[in-house]
Design a protein around this ligand. Structure first.
Ligand code: HEM
Length: 139
């Protein structure tokens, strides 16, 4: 699928079972719930994990709450990994559906606090502040 971000820059996400091509190369697909291919909007969170914490991170995501899956317009969740680079992708029917989840109590409670903590105190398991990206899916 062709992804276009807010700067109009294009990238391709090609999911092929256990691997996916995204941006700078081939990633392992660690989790794929739902079907990202049906999304109209894809939100990415890219982060670099300290070597010693990779296993723990995968475990945490495998035990994720599944909260996001209940939201209107949710299409899919994916965890990609390439060495110690990880990307969480969520797929939404529309940009409005994604925004509604970001504004929701669930995301505000878990993530906004998490993000602020990482910003102010750093993180024992991340190499750097995660980078968000948002894409529209081009038909
Ligand atoms: C500083 C920024 C962020 C950090 C440190 C972070 C970290 C995490 C961690 C560790 C989990 C696993 C569950 C847990 O242990 O709580 C998680 C879940 C998740 N994250 Fe993030 N995250 C960040 C930002 C984002 C952003 C911007 C998005 C959106 C694109 C996102 C999407 C998700 C989703 C969809 C889940 C699964 C939630 C569920 O199953 O309901 N994260 N995050």
């Amino acid at each position: 699928m062709k992804l276009v971000n807010t700067d109009g820059q294009n990238t391709e996400l090609l999911i092929d079972g256990e691997t996916a091509t995204f941006k700078d190369g081939t990633y392992d697909v660690i989790i794929h719930d739902g079907d990202l291919n049906t999304a109209g909007h894809v939100a990415a969170n890219n982060f670099i994990v300290k070597e010693d914490y990779i296993k723990d991170m995968i475990k945490r995501f495998k035990g994720r709450k599944g909260n996001v899956d209940q939201y209107e317009g949710f299409r899919g969740f994916m965890l990609l990994k390439k060495d110690n680079k990880m990307t969480v992708l969520t797929g939404w029917q529309s940009t409005e559906d994604f925004k509604a989840w970001v504004d929701s109590e669930a995301f505000q409670n878990s993530h906004v606090k998490k993000e602020q903590r990482v910003k102010s105190e750093g993180s024992e398991y991340l190499e750097a502040m995660p980078v968000r990206e948002n894409f529209k899916v081009e038909a």
